[in-house]
Design a protein around this ligand. Structure first.
Ligand code: SAH
Ligand code: DHB
Ligand code: MG
Length: 214
């Protein structure tokens, strides 16, 4: 009900529809961000003036297009495990005219992240859910004061709050959500809409370097 209302309100999104069709044609899962989450990604980039964006989990490039819509000078590094998915994403992004804004790095994000130095202004987590706590560590390492960190699917279709579910993705997501809201170096919110979206701003603890220890 609510979902349908929200989708109707947003109306047609030609880019999403083209991408959804390409996902079906390529036999890929239809698990792009919800269009209203996509709208929020665009707004977050635009509101924060983010230029260097890191995305973990590309699929068919829909969320990357939403991030790219936040500004013509936005540059996105998008990490994707599967080369065939990255190829579909790149083709979709080219077709939408954002080819010069997005660079894909293929392989397990855990490995790809090691070669990145940042700093990134906004980091969007949307790959394997067991990896979220590690990706959050990496987002903080690659961030700076004010970096925005966003995580999709924080409710895992209700499994996150089901006490009977305690698999690795669920345990990882509970830890991720707790840290996004409670970590004293993050100021975050957990929004229970869609499949759950967490948004935090990174406020690194300032380490005192003024007085050298004796
Ligand atoms: N952000 C996309 C949806 C991502 S779906 C959008 O909204 O348009 C999750 C993606 O993460 C899939 O494409 C999957 O192949 C990728 N993925 C899964 N595990 C990964 C890993 N370890 N490293 C990088 N990508 C991974
Ligand atoms: C699912 C949805 C997602 O947005 C995602 O990133 C991964 C999985 C899902 O509904 O299964
Ligand atoms: Mg997702």
């Amino acid at each position: 009900m609510e979902q349908q209302y929200v989708e109707a309100l947003l109306g047609q999104d030609e880019a999403l529809e083209r991408i959804e069709r390409s996902l079906v044609e390529a036999g890929m899962p239809s698990i792009s961000v919800h269009p209203m989450v996509g709208r929020l990604l665009t707004m977050l980039v635009q509101m924060s003036g983010a230029r260097r964006v890191l995305e973990i989990g590309a699929l068919g490039g829909y969320s990357a297009i939403c991030l790219a819509r936040g500004g013509a000078d936005v540059r996105i590094t998008s990490l994707e495990l599967k080369p065939e998915f990255a190829a579909v994403a790149a083709a979709n992004i080219d077709r939408e005219g954002a080819g010069d804004q997005v660079e894909h790095i293929i392989g397990d994000a855990r490995e790809s992240l090691k070669q990145l130095t940042g700093p990134y202004d906004l980091v969007f987590l949307d790959a394997d859910k067991e990896g979220y706590p590690h990706y959050l560590d990496e987002a903080m390492r690659l961030g700076r004061a004010g970096t925005i960190i966003v995580g999709d699917n924080t409710l895992l279709r209700g499994r996150t709050l089901d006490r009977g579910k305690n698999g690795p993705a669920v345990l990882a997501m509970r830890e991720f959500n707790r840290r996004m809201v409670q970590d004293d170096q993050l100021r975050g919110v957990m929004l229970p809409g869609f499949d759950g979206l967490a948004i935090a701003i990174y406020a690194p603890r300032v380490r005192s370097t003024a007085i050298a220890p004796r």
